[in-house]
Design a protein around this ligand. Structure first.
Ligand SMILES: NC(=O)c1ccc[n+]([C@@H]2O[C@H](COP(=O)([O-])OP(=O)(O)OC[C@H]3O[C@@H](n4cnc5c(N)ncnc54)[C@H](O)[C@@H]3O)[C@@H](O)[C@H]2O)c1
Length: 354
């Protein structure tokens, strides 16, 4: 039985990837390694926790001795690496946490994989092994009004978060070039969907509209992002893990650009409608707040390569994905209340106080 390690599997995207792999690949054993930081929540995986091909391991990727021991013991055939500190605002207040987890944590995993797969420049790539690094489009920096990020776009990270992800991407490619480690990478646009921690835009705004709380909009609201439904990202990760060419990078996106303010008005429209409120009632909650430093104006992904070479494309329209997502948050008020209690309240007050 193949053993696949998924890191960060209790987080937002990771939980969707773990569920997909556990349910789809009965002939593989899926290990979910997660430190359960504020962003990790085993509630996300209640439906699969009893499956015989699934094991949860609580552990920290920054602990090299622990990681080496785990790899020696389990002899994984593949790694899908998602564990990270992932929130830009937090990276501005505490950059070192991002260096430690995103850079050192990634290098610990690369070292452990290289050791058990006995990789070095003089040997062939080890058969049937793969190290898949999940990254972000934010490494490319910011676009003006026109153009798209291609896999060949030079890196120009602007925030400590994107700088730490860019650094980890470079290490992954360096291990491919230096040690023949069998790697593949993807850089994906903004995800939305069920189980996302409500510090990120879409769940934050659904939660605040639901609770009649103000909707903090950075700057003039004209920042533009490309949005992809998280289950489509999980499908893309499945395709790239199984058919992606070693050493290659694939951009993943939703072909779906939105200015923040227009997205927020759309969310208000749908949530108000679902809650039986008058049309646009919650627009009064929109509050413009001081901009975040180093804020990238526009991200837009060209996902033609993965579409043409691996046959992946999004399965739902934005309207369909958003509808499912809003229904999920409105039906899971308890999940929202539980993850936003305690420390999160202090963080929130501090972040948006001004
Ligand atoms: N969310 C997005 O829109 C998006 C887009 C593109 C790429 N990505 C990338 O996808 C990955 C997952 O993103 P997400 O939004 O699901 O993040 P998330 O913050 O929801 O989840 C991260 C998970 O990693 C775990 N983790 C953090 N530090 C750890 C450590 N030291 N050891 C072990 N586990 C640790 C957390 O407990 C959590 O479960 C990240 O690498 C991120 O950079 C995210």
């Amino acid at each position: 039985m193949k053993k696949i390690l998924i890191t960060g599997g209790a987080g937002f995207i990771g939980s969707h990837v773990v569920r997909l792999f556990v349910n789809k690949y009965a002939d593989a054993h899926i290990y979910n390694l997660d430190a359960l930081t504020y962003a990790g929540n085993l509630e996300n995986l209640r439906d699969i926790e009893g499956k015989s091909n699934y094991t949860f391991v609580k552990g920290d990727i920054t602990d090299a001795a622990f990681i080496n021991e785990l790899f020696q013991k389990e002899q994984f055939d593949g790694v899908i690496h998602l564990a990270a500190e992932s929130h830009v605002d937090r990276s501005i207040s505490d950059p070192m946490a991002f260096v430690v987890t995103n850079v050192i944590g990634t290098v610990n995993l690369l070292n452990a994989a290289r050791t058990i797969w006995k990789c070095n420049k003089d040997s062939e790539f080890p058969a049937g092994k793969k190290f898949y690094h999940v990254s972000t489009d934010e490494v490319y920096g910011s676009l003006g009004e026109e153009g798209f990020f291609l896999e060949t776009t030079p890196y120009e990270p602007q925030s400590p978060y994107s700088a730490s992800k860019a650094s980890s991407d470079h290490f992954v490619r360096a291990y491919y070039n230096t040690y023949n480690l069998p790697v593949v990478l993807t850089n994906c646009s903004n995800n939305y969907g069920a189980n996302q921690f409500p510090e990120k835009l879409i769940p934050l705004f659904i939660n605040n509209i639901r609770n009649n709380k103000s909707l903090p909009v950075y700057g003039d609201g004209k920042y533009t992002r490309d949005w992809l439904w998280v289950e489509d990202h999980a499908r893309a990760i499945d395709v790239v893990y199984h058919t992606g060419v070693l050493g290659e990078t694939y951009n993943i996106g939703g072909f779906n650009e939105w200015q923040n303010i227009n997205l927020i008005k759309l969310l208000i429209k749908i949530v108000d409608q679902k809650l039986g409120r008058a049309e646009g009632e919650s627009e009064k909650l929109i509050t413009y707040v001081k901009d975040r430093p180093g804020h990238d104006q526009r991200y837009a992904i060209d996902a033609t390569k993965i579409k043409n070479e691996l046959g992946w494309e999004p399965s739902v329209t934005f309207e369909q994905g958003l509808d499912k997502t809003i229904d999920w948050y409105l039906a899971n008020g308890e999940w929202l209340n539980s993850v936003t209690s305690g420390d999160y309240q202090k963080y929130y007050a501090n972040q948006y106080a001004h």
